[in-house]
Design a protein around this ligand. Structure first.
Ligand code: BG6
Ligand code: MG
Length: 222
């Protein structure tokens, strides 16, 4: 029985990858490290510090943790400048309709995001009230593919992991769902998210019943 849906934020509900890219690119330029949009793909779903490590690896740079903390804070301040200007029209097509359809069917809604800025983004988009539980990068110590963020999400919803379906756009997030023994809907391409139970191009092309049917779950809602 499925009783909860757990959503990743960046790339599932909103496209923040472009803002992460602009902020990381500015930092990479300052450090004279070549960094392309293609490289940016590797940062999806990955924590802030791991993202910085990937960029420093691209430039063969070895820095102390003190310097790294400062660089990550600098990138974050630029990123925050972008996201504090976001508006609700940046919500990805179909995301809110999909969540509302699930809520209408008494499915609990949780957020499981690696981002420490998740609350700021939800508030800017004016959608905080849709969520029964919110777990962000501030509440977890182990980044995806560790299942911690989704396990805490399930717990906050008062559900067992097996009762939840995860929606993820990053390979690390799909792995996290699998590691947490949860079903997973990949948002993106099969090439990247092949391990997910089903993969769709976006929330706009599905509804709750499609997901449960595709997962072979017999679901009777009130
Ligand atoms: C994830 C993004 O949701 O959050 C990653 O996909 C990002 O690209 C991570 O690095 C951490 O975000 P933040 O906002 O805490 O720097
Ligand atoms: Mg994501």
């Amino acid at each position: 029985m499925i009783k909860g849906f757990l959503f990743d934020l960046d790339g599932v509900i909103v496209d923040t990858a472009k803002y992460h890219f602009l902020a990381w690119k500015r930092l990479a330029d300052e450090l004279s490290i070549p960094f392309s949009e293609n490289d940016n793909e590797r940062l999806k779903g990955v924590s802030r510090m791991r993202s910085l490590d990937i960029i420093l690896e691209l430039g063969n740079l070895n820095l102390s943790s003190e310097v790294k903390e400062k660089l990550a804070a600098k990138k974050n301040s630029w990123y925050v400048d972008y996201i504090t200007k976001m508006t609700p029209d940046e919500i990805l097509p179909g995301a809110l309709e999909f969540i509302q359809d699930a809520k209408d069917k008494n499915i609990k809604i949780g957020l499981g995001s690696a981002s420490k800025n998740a609350m700021t983004i939800l508030e800017r988009l004016n959608i905080t009230g849709y969520f029964d539980a919110i777990i962000s990068g501030n509440e977890v110590s182990n980044a995806k593919p560790d299942p911690e963020v989704f396990l805490k999400g399930a717990e906050a919803l008062g559900l067992e992991p097996e009762e939840c379906v995860v929606f993820e756009d990053a390979a690390a997030g799909v792995e996290a769902a699998i590691n947490g023994k949860m079903k997973c809907v990949g948002i993106g391409t099969k090439k990247v998210l092949g391990q997910a139970d089903i993969v769709v191009e976006g929330l706009k092309v599905i509804c709750t019943n499609d997901v449960l049917n595709a997962l072979g779950i017999d679901f009777k809602y009130k």
